[in-house]
Design a protein around this ligand. Structure first.
Ligand code: AMO
Length: 449
């Protein structure tokens, strides 16, 4: 038979998968089954061809031996390349030498889509040997890698455990506009867009909307994209990130720190419960945490940094480079901690100053080593204070009229935080580059795929 006939692509037709790889157990010995997936690797030993087929749950070995299957099937399996998508019908046989104690003896192969060439990377390796850009250019294939498949399965559990946790505490999930009229997060740059005949922006955060929604719903959360025109190339910034935004009425920043650390504990417990196999194959362990997380005042951190000889003055923001030495030396670098009570002048206009002094505000950053995972605060809930703070920060208050207007109708005391999901995944799974914690990263150099 000619190669083109052997490797002929077919429709799915009436073929349907009967079992996922993981469901094929020795109890199915001798049963006819249909598996579907893509070729993860092939190996030839004279008259025997081994093909490992991968599906979304795992892998199964197909063993084609001359005499045990038709020559056509053996030839088909001998010529296909890795990543070809196919279905195999055959008989289950217990096989102690195969990776999961079982193999499939094929009697029919249906090729759905042939891989035309070898991928520029090996999906078996936990750490890839090619640069991240090569992988990102073919991201859908790169995501077939064991490590990333496990990582994104864990991301899914992270999100569902956050929803479970907040739902049980009486929060409702909300969605707020992503095309907006004004900036909320001072320093972070905006992406302008055309909105009919006006200039508008992509939302840097759902901040003002989530605050307003506490007026009706008290406790709200949103999991959605935030857009930041980050000018720098770093391993911790994306232009489009996912934020877990929480806002709670009748509470302050201390309540929110308690809530956030319990939420992180719940996430870690959920991942440990549901992803033992993934963690094992990733050779990873989640950070071991103890609550409450330590809380250090901004003043204390500045003193410690100055004592180390760092060039930092009171009132400066604390950047990760400066924190690196301190977090290794003073804190265990693999741990969560809060920096609280920041100078009012370097936090956004909606953050409430402390009652002790208005030079400081009721704010926190959640850190892991030198990486910022979240920031949060008690918010100003009185109009005259908000107006005063906006003026101090040089904002045009007229642009915020749509927001200030609701303050005439009883805004409850409230507090909240935003967690960067990708940064949280980085620390949970020890991912070095934030691009690997998102499906299709966006950064200053990348708008495709
Ligand atoms: P902030 O600007 O500190 O606060 O953002 C909150 C968290 O979002 C993540 N994050 C990012 N992650 C990846 N790439 C980026 N470019 C990026 N920018 C931010 C970080 C950060 O800690 N409205 C407030 C939150 C609040 O007070 O509720 C806010 O946006 O993990």
């Amino acid at each position: 038979m000619k190669l083109s006939e052997l490797l002929h692509e077919q429709e799915l037709g009436d073929w349907r998968r009967t079992h996922y790889s993981k469901e094929i157990l020795p109890t199915l010995n001798d049963k006819q089954i249909t598996v579907m997936g893509w070729v993860s690797s092939t190996r030839s030993h004279g008259n025997i061809q081994f093909v490992i087929i991968r599906d979304r749950l795992g892998e199964i070995q197909v063993t084609a031996k001359r005499g045990e299957c038709s020559d056509k099937v053996l030839d088909q399996l001998s010529h296909i390349k890795d990543h070809t998508t196919l279905g195999v019908r055959g008989k289950v046989r217990a096989q102690t030498k195969s990776p999961n104690g079982i193999e499939v003896i094929p009697n029919e192969v249906r090729i759905f889509s042939l891989a035309k060439q070898a991928a520029p990377f090996n999906i078996q390796a936990n750490k890839s040997t090619v640069g991240i850009d090569t992988r990102l250019d073919l991201r859908a294939i790169d995501l077939r890698r064991n490590f990333l498949r496990s990582a994104f399965g864990i991301r899914h559990t992270t999100l569902s455990s956050i929803r479970e946790f907040l739902d049980a505490k009486g929060f409702i999930e909300v969605s707020t506009p992503k095309m907006i009229a004004t900036a909320t997060e001072g320093g972070a740059a905006l992406f302008p867009i055309f909105y009919y005949n006006k200039e508008a922006y992509l939302a840097q955060s759902p901040q003002l909307y989530k605050e307003q929604l506490t007026m009706a719903f008290e406790n709200v959360y949103e999991i959605g994209p935030i857009f930041r025109a980050e000018p720098s190339r770093t391993k911790r910034h994306l232009s489009e990130a996912t934020s877990i935004d929480v806002e709670q009425a009748f509470s302050d920043y201390s309540d929110l720190m308690n809530l956030l650390e319990s939420m992180i504990l719940h996430i870690i417990n959920s991942i440990n419960d549901r992803h033992r196999d993934d963690l094992q194959s990733m050779h990873g362990t989640l950070p071991k945490i103890k609550t409450p997380f330590p809380r250090y005042r901004y003043d204390e951190i500045i003193d410690k940094l100055q004592a180390r000889g760092e060039h930092i003055r009171w009132g400066d923001d604390i950047n990760p480079q400066i924190m690196k030495g301190l977090s290794n030396e003073v804190f265990n670098s693999d741990t969560f901690y809060y920096i609280v009570d920041w100078p009012t002048a370097i936090k956004p206009f909606y953050v409430k100053p402390t009652s002790r002094s208005d030079r400081f505000c009721e704010s926190f950053d959640l850190m892991f080593g030198s990486l910022e995972i979240s920031s949060g605060s008690t918010r100003i809930n009185r109009k005259e204070f908000l107006l005063g703070n906006m003026k101090k920060q040089g904002l045009n208050t007229e642009l915020f009229d749509y927001h200030l207007r609701v303050f005439d109708y009883g805004v409850p005391p409230h507090a909240g935080f935003g967690v960067g999901l990708e940064r949280l995944m980085m620390v949970l799974l020890n991912i070095e580059n934030i691009r690997d914690a998102t499906f299709y990263p966006r950064d200053i150099d990348r708008l495709t795929p």
